[in-house]
Design a protein around this ligand. Sequence first.
Ligand code: HOZ
Length: 430
Amino acid sequence: MDRRKSYELYGRACKVMPGGVNSPVRSGRAVGAEPIFVANASGAHIWDEDGNRYIDYVCSWGPLILGHAHPEVVKAVKGASEKGTSYGIPTRLEVQMAELVVEMVPSIEMVRFVNSGTEATMSALRLARGVTGRSKIVKFTGCYHGHSDCLLVEAGSGIATLGIPGSPGVPKEVVLHTITLPYNDGAVVEKVMDEVGREVAAIIVEPVAGNMGVIPPEPDFLEGLRNICDKYGALLIFDEVITGFRLASGGAQEFYSVKPDITCLGKIIGGGLPVGAYGGGRDIMAQVAPEGNIYQAGTLSGNPLAMAAGIATLSILKEKPEIYSELEKKGAYLERGLREVAKHAGVEVTVQRVGSMGCGFFGKGPIKNFDDVKKCDTELYARFWKGMLDEGVYLAPSQFEAFFISTAHTVEDLDRTIEAAGRVLDKLFS
Ligand code: HOZ
């Protein structure tokens, strides 16, 4: 494939942006490649600047559950933009959007919109600390909750991809109160909480880990977190930035029937525009300013274009609940196909999936935590990634990320992907 225009843009980009990108994991460094530059997209497909077409499994890192440029979403954004792009004054759209979120997400009675998942988790932690009057927080190794200081400890996503424990620029005093424990190990959580539980403001968790590949929770892990939080008066925060509206219209909390105290949302909630949110019970959310005194604000929060895209997306998901069983079928189809071609090629690939999010680990499964993830063969993943790119399939340029399936992916797309994976693996292992 000719990618000259992408490479030329990358050269220019590197002169004016760090690493040529606006978010590290896009750069392709983890797979030893240069990024492609996207010119346009539609449905399940993206086209790069050279006109090459790819079946897209990144889907903007999760938001595009309806695929690229869904007509309803585009119409909503166009319509909103003609009326002005931002006011900094309340709008009807914010009310409609909040009503939808409250109706769809089981544990949310009130919600505050922000502009990104990072803002949502950062604000949720401040709220938890403000409500409990405690400082410590518990997070899990390999879970990624955005790039705010106190959460940038042994995190997943780009931090895992770059192989660094945290980041220079985060003072050690700031992370002193962050306790990091292994994912899926309820016994360790209990032991630590028995020691310091009364000082812990919150346990924050991705209910399905989606930033170290995809790792489902062990049976009872989430329930155990709920119980231990109740025992010690700590708040349970579900970071549903990825799982919210992806696993079910009520997110992972509906899927696994465990209710958190605070939920963080992002990605799908914005239908491809920058939106985050945090919400919870009325008693907790009423402590956010101006109703309460825990401060958080934002010039573009509740932006009308973003709200319009979010309303269009959530309305479709609400009106067509069958979308989730269809996505599950497609996910199972892709999973089965990938397993078969890996077996045929004689390579150990562990495919882990929940609904329409999944991951193929180059290593022995089951993968239950970040220590297991680290044993996977990232070099092999890189070679596989390059092979798939040349086959016209765009996967996340890192072993530590998820693939996402949208309603726009057809069985033909999935078949082409499976056949491509078969060819690439056969070539790598012949
Ligand atoms: N959480 C996303 C990756 N898992 C963010 C994407 C990015 O860092 O650009």
